[in-house]
Design a protein around this ligand. Sequence first.
Ligand code: SF4
Ligand code: SF4
Length: 69
Amino acid sequence: MPKIKINREKCKACYLCIAHCPKGLIVIDSELNKMGVKPVKFQKKKDVDCIGCAFCALVCPDCGIEVFK
Ligand code: SF4
Ligand code: SF4
């Protein structure tokens, strides 16, 4: 199954990745990062898997997401 890795310290909380994930698997974390913003995190959903489309990684302006297929 594809997986993503988010670098929470690079995340500037633009939330473009949330808007572009067709599976709704990226959400806002409740903990602030070192920049003082709430970064995103991957959140598993029952019966919904990451499809490895890489939309999240492609839209991230700071290259903060890697996709592993
Ligand atoms: S690779 Fe696609 S399905 Fe997986 S988290 Fe990113 S946008 Fe969502
Ligand atoms: S697109 Fe990148 S910088 Fe924007 S919220 Fe997602 S991980 Fe953070």
